[in-house]
Design a protein around this ligand. Sequence first.
Ligand code: F6P
Length: 330
Amino acid sequence: MRRKSLSQYLTEQVRAGAATPELMQLVEQVAEACVSIGALVDKGALANMLGSARTENVQGETQKTLDVISNDLLIAATEWTGVLAALVSEEMEAPYQIPDTYPKGPYLLLFDPLDGSSNIDVNISIGTIFSVLECPKGVSKPDVAAFMQPGSKQVAAGFVVYGPSTLMVLTVGRGVVGFTLDRYPGTFVVTQEKVSIPADTSEFAINASNMRNWEAPVTRYIDECLAGKTGARGRDFNMRWVASMVADVYRTLWRGGIFMYPKDAKHKEGRLRLMYEANPMSFIVEQAGGAASDGRRRILDIQPTGLHQRVGVILGSKNEVERVSAYHSA
Ligand code: F6P
């Protein structure tokens, strides 16, 4: 049986009016860059891809060689297309302006080129996260203000996991589709037509080393999970934590669960970035029937104030996310 390619899927979305041809081209180019990034991840030490680049990003984190190369690959694959007005990356402080040698287009692209950086050197799944917004009308040189749109305005979001298989999850606002990279010939093909998160779960993901810093509602929720059958929840819970958001969210999408990186006494604004981590993941999770909150607000409703701002993240199976949110307002 011939499987549907990413191109075919996107063409169908264009025909159905769910995507423009420009958006299709942009997503295809992001996917092309991810194929290249995946090949480098695969080669690892053989291509001198491991270790530090001896530089720091805007958040003061040491950049890995692959962080820097992935960033460059995504820019090179998209800047020439004529469909982008500007882009924002975790690895760059200010918006990247499309060089004058190329035409500009209607979209803004935001990405975390390589999520889960601490796992690069130890052969654990890592990934790329991206989000697409429309450039405000009449803006020819998009500055920070052009990007300050809530996540509900996203027109597409996706992420790629470089793991045993290279996988892509994508939404253009009409549900969530899962793709697997067919390494030869290097194309993504649809392997899950409709991703939908079970509403209930007995599995949670959180970095428990932050426990002493958690807020009371988070401690209450996790304590109840840990109490298992004999506690308030009346059933046992399992815990998983990869420490790559892409891998943790992928698992959550496929078999249900709750993923939490809440704000706490150490991470006062949260740990994860709103614009290119929390927003795209929240869009995907909601499109798959789940929920995403910072505990107090729906993440997609948050009005951003900075390109690299952080936010608390609680996402996954709807009933569990609603429970944690209810604990925050109790
Ligand atoms: O940027 C983010 C990230 O690498 C996520 O992929 C992951 O969930 C988180 O950081 C892990 O951070 P820490 O190891 O500090 O808990």
